[in-house]
Write a protein that binds this ligand. Structure first.
Ligand code: SIN
Length: 273
């Protein structure tokens, strides 16, 4: 029998490295269940030195759910409808992935194809801990509130790149605004987390616009405390697999003109509740 995989925590809050595993190989059901459990408990898992083909990247992600097609505003890898290319500074800013979808992703599996010699780390923020530390008064205020999520930032970028208004309207119709609870409950652990993000949350549903802006800005700011974070230093062929239901992340654009090419597979999830 081979060496058993083990877990090494990265911080006291979130993040764990999984050692002694080749995630490109075929995994048995008990290993997959164990990884799914570690993901929910640690919120982001890291793997080093994974010699994976793109097919193996998709196959590993598929153990945890259906994989999503790359959305229309991102670059996909040639011949792979499920692999998104994240090139240079594309993912800067705190966000959860694709919360403009009705059913938001369970998680993402990011592979470091070509990483800079320094800089370009990814920072993860634990939104369960952020929620836990809110005052009782704030928890009460947020209880039952919904926020509207939208891909407005993508549309703005595509418009600046010369995409026609007709095409932009067609995307808006295909992916209309969605409402999600501001506090969601994790479908596996039952823990609550703060589920708004500066990338895709537009406003608090039904709230005066100024009040909504103020409330959201104050909520976005909370993840900035280092005790809610873990920071991952990439090496070529490293993998980060995060639970998009309980973390936000931020790709740090501090690597100058070095190349940074990441490949992401996004796993479908549930409608937040
Ligand atoms: C992402 O936002 O999906 C990628 C994060 C990164 O490039 O560090």
């Amino acid at each position: 029998m081979g060496v058993k995989p083990t877990v090494e925590k990265v911080t006291g809050t979130l993040g764990a490295e999984i050692l002694n595993i080749d995630i490109g190989s075929s995994l048995d059901a008990s290993t997959v269940d164990w990884l799914a459990h570690e993901l929910v408990e640690n919120k982001v898992l890291f793997f080093r030195d994974q010699h994976m083909t793109s097919e193996q990247h998709v196959a590993f992600s598929s153990y945890f759910g259906d994989v999503l097609d790359v959305h229309p505003w991102s670059r996909g890898k040639a011949d792979f409808k499920n692999i998104m290319l994240i090139y240079n500074g594309a993912a800067a800013g705190w966000h959860s992935d694709e919360t403009w979808r009705e059913a938001t992703p369970l998680g993402s599996v990011l592979y470091g194809r070509s990483v800079p010699d320094y800089g370009g780390d990814t920072v993860f923020g634990d939104m369960e801990r952020v929620y836990e530390d809110l005052s009782d008064a704030m928890k009460e205020k947020l209880d039952g509130l919904y926020a509207v999520h939208d891909h407005i930032a993508h549309r703005r970028r595509m418009r600046a790149m010369g995409t026609s208004e007709e095409q932009i309207d067609a995307w808006r119709r295909a992916y209309p605004e969605v409402r999600h609870p501001i506090v969601r409950t994790h479908p596996v652990s039952g823990r609550k987390s703060l589920f708004v993000n500066g990338g895709f949350t537009d406003r608090v549903d039904g709230m005066d616009p100024e009040e909504s802006k103020e409330l959201l800005s104050s909520l976005y700011a909370l993840v900035a405390k280092p005790q809610y974070q873990c920071r991952f230093r990439w090496q070529t062929r490293s993998v980060a697999f995060w639970d998009n239901r309980s973390v936000q992340h931020y790709g740090v654009p501090d690597f100058g003109d070095q190349e940074r090419l990441m490949e992401r597979v996004t796993i479908a999830g549930d409608r937040p509740a």
